[in-house]
Ligand binder design. Structure first.
Ligand SMILES: *Cc1c(COP(=O)(O)O)cnc(C)c1O
Length: 389
């Protein structure tokens, strides 16, 4: 199969069988992300079948229209949005979807935008922002979820550093929400890439304490995102165990007052949707590897939460390199010295200039944080039937 045209950040018109077929025929000079609709739909169905509540998708992790459309096709009916742009995107693609506006700090203009687009669920973590919501959002049929935080363990990245009320403040906020006539709920975000199913347990128990102290029976508990994607070869995500833990602890902690559950996964839902092919620009004096993608490009997040080691290397004619694996220093294409992949990257020792380095599980926080720094960042998106090389 031949692609007619690849538009920057757009989809190829033709669907290719797999990444290898595309790479050997097209010899792309720029990084390519291979999108497999089948992978998105499979993971979405896993959440819909396994999570004991309502599944929403955190749009920020990958707002590509091809992502959203495949999630809708798989049956996802709710979206967690953080901005007017994301709200408009979802309203355009899914006029009837539930939109949760879960960025707890919003300008008055942004709040008005959400109200005008029929947003019925909002989160909040402070008195000042709750006062704005009470003033500007009609209470009738609207949910406000109080977001609290705990000191985190088990997450790759601490979300509590920016958002989340302490227990005492959460109790006060929940009372105000209920008294103002909104549907009272609670939410938290345990961090991202939480590979330990128990990361959710202490949050759920704390949510029950907050509801009890406030004397408010909450309608729903949103257990956030943070579900892991498959980044390390030896660490497969334990989604089923995580769903079971959430279900069990919610029943134990709330008893007869058990609220409906909501989740808002980002990375777990979109991680496997894309595979990246970055090209080796140079093996400088036989040592350092220079790739055409890096920390200012689609590999941005590796600098935050560490390397993805699901890596294979193909020669320009599409043959898999089988050399012994050695760890090497890898740089991105820009002139900034921070543009280096963290630590050392496991690569076959016969790797050569012109090869393609394939990173699996690159759907989350990749296309959306790619920058044009130094004039790089021209990513192509190519649809494939399957990602197997
Ligand atoms: C970023 C974010 C998510 C998604 O996080 P993942 O780790 O990608 O699952 C969910 N909810 C909120 C409030 C977020 O900020």
């Amino acid at each position: 199969m031949l692609a007619e045209r690849i538009t920057p950040m757009g989809l190829s018109k033709t669907i290719w069988t797999n990444p290898t077929e595309f790479l050997k025929h097209q010899q792309p000079e720029n990084p390519v992300l291979f999108f497999a609709p089948s992978a998105v739909q499979a993971v979405a169905r896993r959440f819909l079948a396994g999570f004991p509540g309502f599944v929403t998708y955190a749009v920020k992790s990958n707002p590509g229209e091809e992502m959203i459309e495949n999630l809708l096709a798989a049956g996802v009916k709710g979206f967690d949005c953080a901005s007017p742009f994301e709200i408009d995107l979802i309203r355009r693609l899914a006029p009837d979807a539930a939109i949760h506006y879960n960025n707890p700090v919003r300008s008055r203009t942004e709040i008005a935008h959400g109200v005008a687009r029929q947003v019925k669920s909002w989160s909040v973590d402070s008195h000042s922002e709750l006062a704005k919501l009470v003033e500007l959002v009609p209470a009738e049929g609207c949910e406000i979820s109080v977001r609290f935080k705990l000191p985190v363990a088990g997450a790759a990245y601490n979300f509590g550093a920016k958002f989340g009320a302490t227990e005492d403040v959460a109790v006060e906020l929940l009372k105000i929400v209920a008294a103002a006539g909104f549907i009272p709920s609670i939410t938290f975000h345990p961090g991202t890439q939480c590979t330990d199913p128990n990361a959710w347990a202490s949050y759920i128990r704390e949510a029950a304490v907050i509801a009890r102290r406030a004397g408010v029976k909450i309608a729903r508990l949103n257990v956030g995102g943070g579900f892991p994607s498959h980044r390390a070869v030896g660490v497969a995500p334990q989604l089923d165990e995580t769903f079971a833990t959430i279900d069990r602890v919610a029943a134990e902690a709330f008893g007869a007052d058990r609220p409906g559950l909501v989740c808002e996964p980002g990375r777990a839902m979109c991680g496997d949707a894309f595979t990246l092919a970055a090209r080796v620009k140079a093996v400088r004096d036989g040592t350092h590897i220079f790739l055409n993608d890096g920390l200012y490009g689609s590999l941005f997040e590796l600098g935050q939460i560490g390397i993805i080691d699901r890596i294979s290397v193909l020669t320009p004619d599409g043959t898999l390199r089988k050399g012994a694996i050695h760890s090497r220093i890898c740089f991105g294409p820009t002139c900034d010295s921070v543009d280096r992949l963290p630590g050392e990257v496991p690569l076959p020792d016969d790797l050569a200039e012109g090869d393609f380095v394939i990173f699996e599980g690159m759907g989350a926080y990749s296309t959306v944080t790619n920058s044009r720094f130094n004039g790089f960042g021209e990513l192509a998106l190519v649809t494939v039937l399957g990602q197997k090389l």
